[in-house]
Design a binder for this molecule. Structure first.
Ligand code: ATP
Ligand code: MG
Ligand code: MG
Ligand code: MG
Length: 483
């Protein structure tokens, strides 16, 4: 089943159950303090907080999402993309657990012929919050789900809140067992790679008081109007229904991976473990496939590469993809091949990437050219430093030099390390990291000063917990990831 068909069936199922179909909002979040839309519920936050009243009490959507928080997982786990689509159904003071739990089970297990997703019920596992007897009872008695495959977890795993006073409540997650070849027995509490999380059902039920962290706050009482917020990963379901091994091999992502493989002449092995044959290159191809698609979708939503905010994230994603291609041996421009591949894969679900491709590709290709120039000028400077190091008899490029390359020339440290190694000299990486750390502290101090001045903007930054730091976008890419 194609990803687009999954989305279509999802919307039909919930439309049939009285939900208003809401088109995906932009990836560029309009919520205060949030950089990107990181979950299906984000566009509905004002309704959940009771600040606005919707014209409908039930809604459904397939929302475009960007989670930069997951960037280090990309290519390595089977299930994380930076761009993905979250299918959701929402109740604003309307139905609650007794409706949503049976619906979720019905949609997942109804046969494909009958309009469902046809998952084998025996493969499903469920987690519930240990204090939520109501959800447990609905799963076991109303749905008839076997108790052996329900795991009760604590607040850290199965509780949602905004990170501050406001709505909160338990959740229940649905997992699919990929089988013993993928890991240990024992359910999702034991192995999150074998048991893939596909759907999260959040029950906004309580009013949360003051307190800190995910599990040390007061519950003030029941909310006057209880809400439902759910999210299912379209690509995760696609991966199961398409019988492929991971997110990157699904229909909307794989064509870019194949294009990267063809362009570099490197075979894709589909390896999952660090000691498997071709693992490093496989990870690179998966990163390329993911980042190119994310970049395409971000530019389509109006983001352009720059040195701050959203534009910086986009720039990082593009540069990481180009870097990964370089490590696969491709030094000439590669976006003119990869972007059209991604456009063709995404155009069915998002015609805008076809209609607006002229503009999108112009921005992308110019960015790649500029980055390749950066690499060139950085290479010259590095060659000098290498010469100098050799002449001085130390065979070591100083941390300061590596830092200047990074900071002034935009020359990534992994490239410095790799090229220095090729030239037979070392890099004082420790000193480099220390300089990076100092810079980070300076930036944090800066950010703190700014935050004080704009306290209201950060009001919802922590509306997050389990759902992956919805509002921490601006801090997410501070770790220097290397590939
Ligand atoms: P995980 O534990 O696997 O990282 P999550 O608990 O962070 O997932 P939720 O915040 O509950 O995910 O989001 C709801 C659903 O969205 C998940 O059940 C999953 O199907 C999907 N999803 C979340 N993050 C990603 C991602 N990075 N790539 C693809 N799908 C995702
Ligand atoms: Mg999870
Ligand atoms: Mg979850
Ligand atoms: Mg996550």
């Amino acid at each position: 089943m194609l990803s687009q068909e999954i989305s279509k069936r999802w919307l039909e199922f919930f439309k049939d159950r009285g939900h208003t179909v809401i088109p995906s909002a932009s990836l560029v979040s309009n919520q205060p303090g949030a950089m990107f839309t990181i979950a299906g519920m984000v566009p509905f936050i004002p309704y959940f907080l009771g600040q606005e009243t919707p014209e409908f009490s039930r809604a459904t959507s397939v929302q475009k999402c960007i989670r930069t928080l997951d960037i280090d997982e990309v290519g390595k786990t089977a299930r994380h993309g930076t761009f993905f689509q979250m299918a959701g159904n929402f109740s604003f003071g309307d139905y609650f657990k007794a409706e949503v739990i049976p619906w979720a089970y019905e949609l997942l297990t109804t046969s494909v012929d009958q309009g469902g997703f046809g998952l084998d019920p025996e493969r499903l596992w469920v987690t519930v919050y240990e204090g939520d007897d109501e959800a447990y009872d609905i799963w076991t008695n109303k749905v008839g789900f076997p108790a052996e495959r329900i795991q009760k977890m604590g607040m850290g795993e199965n509780y949602w809140s905004t990170g501050q006073p406001g709505p909160a409540g338990p959740d229940s997650e649905i997992f699919y067992d990929r089988g013993p070849a993928y890991g240990k027995d024992g359910g999702p509490a034991v192995d999150d790679d074998r048991y893939i999380e596909i759907w999260n059902l959040v029950f906004m039920q309580y009013q949360r008081g003051e307190g800190t962290g995910k599990d040390s706050f007061e519950i003030l009482g029941e909310l006057p109007k209880k809400n439902i917020d759910t999210g299912l990963g379209v690509e995760r379901l696609a991966m199961l229904l398409q019988g492929v091994e991971n997110f990157y091999e699904t229909d909307q992502v794989r064509p870019v991976l194949d294009a990267a493989s063809k362009l570099s002449g490197k075979k894709y092995h589909g390896s999952e473990n660090a000691d498997d044959e071709g693992y490093e290159d496989d990870v690179r191809m998966r990163v390329v496939a993911d980042h190119i698609r994310s970049s395409l979708m971000l530019i389509a939503d109006g983001v352009t590469p720059s040195n701050e905010g959203r534009g910086y994230i986009l720039r990082r994603l593009m540069r990481r993809a180009i870097r990964a291609m370089r490590l696969l041996g491709v030094t000439e421009p590669c976006l003119p091949v990869l972007f059209p591949a991604s456009r063709d894969a995404m155009g069915g679900a998002f015609p805008v990437v076809i209609n607006d491709f002229e503009r999108i590709s112009r921005i992308a290709y110019a960015e790649e050219k500029a980055f390749l120039r950066t690499i060139e000028s950085g290479t010259e400077r590095l060659d000098e430093a290498v010469k100098h190091a050799k002449a001085s008899g130390q065979a070591m490029v100083s941390g300061e030099e590596a830092f200047t390359l990074h900071d002034t020339y935009g020359f990534p440290i992994d490239l410095t390390l790799e090229m220095a190694e090729e030239a037979g000299v070392k890099v004082d990486e420790k000193a480099f990291r220390e300089l990076m750390e100092e810079q980070r502290h300076r930036a944090q101090a800066d950010a703190k000063a700014k935050k004080g001045a704009h306290a209201d903007l950060s009001a919802f930054r922590e509306l997050a917990d389990e759902r992956g730091s919805i509002f921490t976008g601006y801090d997410e890419l501070k770790t220097e990831t290397t590939l």
